[in-house]
Structures are given as C-alpha cells and as structure tokens.
Design a protein around this ligand. Sequence first.
Ligand code: F6P
Length: 751
Amino acid sequence: MNRALRFALLLVIGLAGLTYGASRWVQGETRTWFEKDLNLRAQLALAGARFELASSWRTAPDRLDDVLVSLAQDERIMGAAACSPEGKLLARSAEFPRAVSGTDVVLRIEREGADPRFGHWTRTELLPGGEVHLAALPLADADGPLGYLLLAQDLSFVARREDQARIFLAVAFGVLALLASLMTLFLSRMSWRHWSEELRRILRGGHERKEFQPILSDVRELVDRLMEQEGRSWTPERLRETLRQRLSGERILVLANREPYVHQRDAAGRLQVMHPASGLVTALEPVLRACSGTWIAHGSGSADRETADRKGRLRVPPRPDGAPARPGEPGTYVLRRVWLEPAMEHGYYYGFANEGLWPLCHIAHTRPIFRSDDWRQYRAANERFVRAVLDEADADDPIVLVQDYHFALAPALIRRALPKATVIVFWHIPWPNAELFGICPYRNEILEGLLGASILGFHTQFHCNNFLDAVDRFLEARIDRERSAVVHRGRATLVQPYPISIEWPMDRLAGVPSAADSLRSVQEEHGIAPGVQLGIGVDRLDYTKGIEERLLAVERLFERHPRFLGRFTFVQLAAPSRTEIERYRDLNTQVETLVRRIDARFAMAGWHPLVLRLAHHEPPEVFRHLRAADLCYVSSLHDGMNLVAKEFVAARDDERGVLILSQFTGAARELTEALVVNPYNLDEAADALAAALDMPAEEQAARMGSMRSYLAEFNVYRWAGRMLIDASRLRRKERLFENFSDPEAAVVGVP
Ligand code: F6P
C-alpha cells in the first residue's frame, strides 16, 4: 500500500473515532441541557397556574380539567394531569399519556425521592409514541398537601436535534480534518523542503548558522566516530569534506622544506621534473592534491626560478612537459618556492638541520654538530619562510601545517604574527630522550618555538613522552600528561601521536607493470638470471637507514645459509642525499667499498650477491623494483616511520613478497605481520632473510593481505583527517574561550 493510501485510511479511522466520541459527548450535554430546560419550564408552568390549581383542586374539580388543558397549550407540554397524594388521578388533559399511572408515579416518588436540583420528581420514559419527559410537581395549600401536578413533555424533538447535531458534527469534523490534513501536508512539505535545503547546505559546508554551530560540531564528531566504528575508509573526498565541514573549507598552508616537484635542466638543456626521494613528500603530496592549498618550500632545483612566477609561485602537479598546471584544475594546488642564498642554505639546511638536529634526534651514532653560525642561519631561514606563510595567508586565522625539524622556530613566529592561526606541527623524525636533547645549546629556543603550535604531532606516543619530558626538564611550563598537553606562557599545545602513512589506493601505481613483468624487466636491467630470488632495499643514502648493516646481513645469509649462493641477489637503490655533508660523502664511499668486498667474496659467473644503484630513482622505477622482489628489507637504525615499508606493501597487489622490518622504525609498531628484526643483530637478520626466501606462498599472502587491509584503513588521509579534526575541535574551543582568561580551558576534552 502506498504512503498516500495509508495516510487516507488512517485519516478515515481517526475521523470516525473522533466524530463518534464527539457526538456522544454532545448528546450527553444537550440532553442534560434540554432536561434542565424542561424542568424549568415545568416549574414556570406550575408557578403560573399555582393559584388556579389550588383554588379549584378541593372546591371545583370540574375547573381542574380546564386549568390542565390551558397548561397543555404550551407547545412543549404534551399533557398535564393532577393526582392525589396517594396517586389517584383527579383530572387530565386529553394528550396526557394513558400509559402513565398516578399510583405508579407516587410509588416511584416515595422510592426515589425528589431531584434535589429541581425540588420535584422527574424522569424520562420511553413510551410507544417516543420519549417523554415526566415531572411530578408537589402542590399544597394552607390545609396541607393537595397532591401532584403531572406534566408530560415531548422529548422526541431532542432525539431529532441529536440526530441533526450528529450529522452536523460528522460533516464539520470531516471538513475540519480534511482542511487540517491538507494544511499539515502543505506545512510539512514546506518545512521538510526548508529542512532538507538547510541540511544540504550544511552538508555542502555552506555558511552555517551561528546558533547551529555547537550542535553541528557535536553531530559531526558523532558522525566521525560512527564512521570510524563502521569502518568507513578515509579517502581524498572524505578529507576534503572534513576540511570543508569542520574548518569551513579553509585552504591549508603547508610549510615543508622539501618541494614536491623540482625543476631541472638536463645536460641537453631539456626541462625535467624530479620527484624527490622523501617520505615527507610521499605522504603530503596526496593530502595537498585532495585539499588544495599552498605548499611553501625551498626552491632547490636549477630550473625552479624559470618555471615559477615573480613571487616563486606555480600550480602543480606540473603538466607532462614540465609546465605549470592550469588554475582551477582539479587535484592541483599552489607551490610557493622560497629562495635561499647558498650561505643560508648551507647554515640552515646542511648545518643546523642536518648536522645538528638530524643526528641529535636519531640514535645512529653520529655526533651532532652545533655551530652558532648555522643557528643564526637557521633562525633567519625560519623567519624568511614564515614571511612567505604570512604572505600566502588570506585570513588572520589560517591553518598552517608546519613540517619537520627544519622549522622548529616557525610555529612561535607564526603565532606572534597571527595569534588566531591554527598551527599544526608534525615532527617526522624521532624525538630523543630529555638527556640527549639537553646537549643542544639551543634547546630552550627550539622547545619554545615548537610550543607556538596548537598541535604538535609525532609518529609514536614514545616520542610524545620524550618531548613532554624535555619541556618538563628545561622550561617553566605546566604539563598535563593525562591530556598530553603543555601550557606555556598562557598558551596550550596538544602533543599527540599521529602515525603517518601513504595514500591508499595509490595513484602512483597506475602504469607500473604487473609483478611478473616488473620481475622480467628488473632481471634484464640488472643482469639477474631467471629463477634467482630477488631482495630489494630502497632508501636515501643516509646513515640512519642501516644500509651497511643490511649489506652485512646479506653477507651473513650466505655464510649461515650457503644454499642461497647463486640463488639470491639483493638490489639496493640508494638516492644520494645531503652530499655537502662529509658524513654522507663518507657513507657513500663506505657502502660502495662494502658492496665491492662482499661481491668479490661470493660472486660467481653470471651471478652477483649484491647490486648497488647509487642514483635518484623516480617513483615508477622504485615501484617496479618493489613489485618484482621476493623480499624487501627495511633496516633503519632509528626512524620515525619509514614509509618505504608501507610502499612495499602497497605495491604488492599480488599479495606476494615478504617484508623484513627493523624494530627501530615507527612502521614496526603497525606492520606487525612483517618479520621484525634487530638490524644490529646480523645473525637474526640473516635468518629472517632465509625465512623470507623459504616462506610458502600462502603464508606470504596471509601476511601481506593483512598488512594491506590495515593500510587501506590507516592511510595518509586518515593521518591528515585526524589532525584536522583535532585542530577543528581546538579551534572551536579556542573561539569559545576567547573571551575568558583561562587558556588551558581550550585543551580540555581534546581529543
Ligand atoms: O625523515 C625526515 C625527512 O624530512 C623525511 O621526511 C624525508 O623523507 C627526508 O627527511 C628527506 O630529507 P631531505 O629533504 O633532506 O632530502
């Protein structure tokens, strides 16, 4: 039955019930009212005829008939009679009902008594001609009681009136109900349309009504939690929606030293676009493509200036010929390049960031170097980048995502210039324990700089705790460990773990050959014979990556499991990095020497144990290798996350391949189905390599499948989404408490 019919049926049933109930009530009321009226009439009739009745009652009974007849002249009085106190009928008018006996009436008066409301006996009788109202009014003179005047009044008109009233009521209710239903339908349609328009507008993220804002935020939080519970995945669309709904669609500004696209001219003068080997870029690029906004970075390419405008701006991703994307093209955003003179780049990037903070934060046994000149350049560079941020901000409360250890001072600088800005800092590398951190001569400035942020994110809770300990030890600040927040100089900073991830599904895999084709091409490229199992390592050439330990583990594999000689080759792709720093140049030499030594020891005709490619590899080449490999060994000695591990999993849609993962990476906390090893323990690592090479296909698929479903859910959109959601809650609370003196209040309950 359709909805309209059901509505009509309900209407009819409701209407019938209502009419019945109403007519019963009206009937009762009108009857009482008519009876009262008849009794009143009876009393009036008696009062008018009392004298004549009394005088003729005892002395002239023949006149009594006339008096009764004249009484019956009243149109309502049907007939009148007179009876003695015992009920003997003395006289009656012609129409007085014969069925009524005086004795009977007197008996009933004695039994029932008079009606106290009227002072006389009264009753309604159903006689053959219809309903009759009977009233017996007592009459007396000075000598005592004379008897009763009996008046019979026609009640049939009451029944007629009742019938008319019932019909009138039914019609009136019918019309009313119809009008009410039409009105209700009309209003509900109107208000539904209004509501749905309002809802659509809200969902579209339009300007929200002020009075709805607190409720909306709560509803959204609830929706987010439900979506999380329901397992609704994070996608670029959902991230975009989150930004639009929670932060009114504000553009995000990203401040990160490394730019996602580097323009260079090759030896032949051709323009080339290079995608740097950087976990940070891998993670943030898809977020920017999803949300749009501006990425502010160091313009480090030889052709960067010529491909940007006067302000250093261009729209990316660039077109295949290297030219900027067109404005408004979906999936594009603005890259704002900041230019640094060589001295500044040297002091800020190579010096303080990579010879000071980098080794300070990683436990990789390279001593940090802190030069006051580098520090000066670091400060100056932070100021310069912040000026670009302020230049790009189109409101006084922008959302700025500050990335990594290159910009420890930027949050406080942004906060000073734009007190209402929401500054989210993500520290991509580990944070050392307080004792270690304490060796930095500029530790207080760094901590204070970072505390300009609204939210400070690390990959793990452990790194958050280390940061809180450092604040506790070196600054005058209040630490709320329960909420993981710091209140310093009247401002609160939330310190939370947000493990970073990769895009999922991965756009960059489009165009990468299948596993079988990838294997064929990799074998061809490196002269590896078919049937030889393949291991892969992909890194920037950095001493934190444990590349030497990895190569030594391969050597140990051949020592402990010689059956793999001639049957397994490990390919290491290493992108030269920070080559202005001596330690990195040394590492380059050490790795090459090591590979030569191991190769010399085990190589056979047509087979090499190791292949080293010291060069930058573009993403398609990297993924082709990851797809071809039987195993991938990620052996970092200390790493915040290590996204290569996640990229290997993403590349393996064939659910083959084994991941061997250092226990000192952030990824090891999430990808627990990997073979987790201590990279310093060469025997353990060698045995893990052997176990991986022997692992049956079903076990590989089970482990890989499980890691893939984890990453499908915990992707980079979730990482960014969670930070933006926390930032929006914080922003809302800050707005709420803006006029109050307690800055800590804003942190309460977040997240
Ligand atoms: O791990 C820290 C980090 O900034 C990463 O985010 C990135 O992968 C790497 O260093 C890149 O270093 P650089 O920008 O110095 O080449």
